[in-house]
Design a binder for this molecule. Sequence first.
Ligand SMILES: [Zn+2]
Ligand SMILES: [Zn+2]
Length: 350
Amino acid sequence: MAEREPLVRPTESGPYCVAGDFYIDPWRAVERAVITHAHSDHARRGAKWYLCEASGREILQERVGTQGTIETLPYGATTTIGGVQVSLHPAGHILGSSQVRLEHQGEVWVVSGDYNPTHASGSCVPYEPVRCHTFITESTFGLPIYRWPSPEQVFGQIHAWWRRNQENGIASVLPAYPLGKSQRLLAGLEASIGPIALHGSVKTYAPMYERAGVQLAPSVTLSEATVPEIKGRGLVITSSAAQEVGLIRKLGGVSWAFASGWMMTRAARRNRDFDRGFVLSDHADWPGLLRAIEATGAERIGVTHGQVHEFSRYLREQGHDAFVFPTRYVGEAQGEGLQEDAPAAANEAI
Ligand SMILES: [Zn+2]
Ligand SMILES: [Zn+2]
């Protein structure tokens, strides 16, 4: 039997579904784009038509502007694009993040986007495995060293750090990527400990999460007016420190920490710009990747977006039919100051 044409293939503009004539997370201007989620390395301006999950619509609009049309699908609903059945399934990464399921002539592919099957986040619908013949998986943390502690444990550490800072009469500062990580922190923080302030740079998306029904801890905006309330006892979530050094300086003594999956690496932990590092990621860790791949039952696994060579080699050694699916991966949120999940963030954040 002749090899079938792949349902999705890499192109100069991004992953392309030939049979349906549309792209998934394209990086160039195209006619039709199915978007896994609104992080800037997945959702770019310039498409004439976008499809995303319904709860992520407002965020995508904010990201891509008003030039193109945005259509939405709720999780699990199916639409047909050029003869290909398309549905979106929870990826557990950020609000509205989806795995894209494609079905054409009995063949099923799932493109994961970024996904977090390891620990459910309080700020989005938990990841759900989807059965398929071919699974395209991200591999941001596709090395055995990456194993996340439970979020309960991590939030316990964050709260203990915050309380200790209060005892020492200083404020706590947590830089976090404005979309996704900031809201995950807000959904997990214990507001009874003290006041929480958001710097202007991380304020945009919280109301969108709340309108989508996500419960976030109450917060104020960090400003001249709120500095006295935050000083000595509050917790500030900010994007990159460079922009707000003025206001943070007005808080007097502060302790800086950083929350990311990269905190598992020694280099990140040793970074002296931070007093504390917390391991909190919105991506799959190593055991999460392996479990997720098994759960799809896929015969073929395409590895993209991260540790592609190491992870695909490991999968082949385990007997999987695994291949590298090329992408123009540059890490989350390149060019936005603080990168959500890149090691460089630890250096750039101050
Ligand atoms: Zn992402
Ligand atoms: Zn990504």
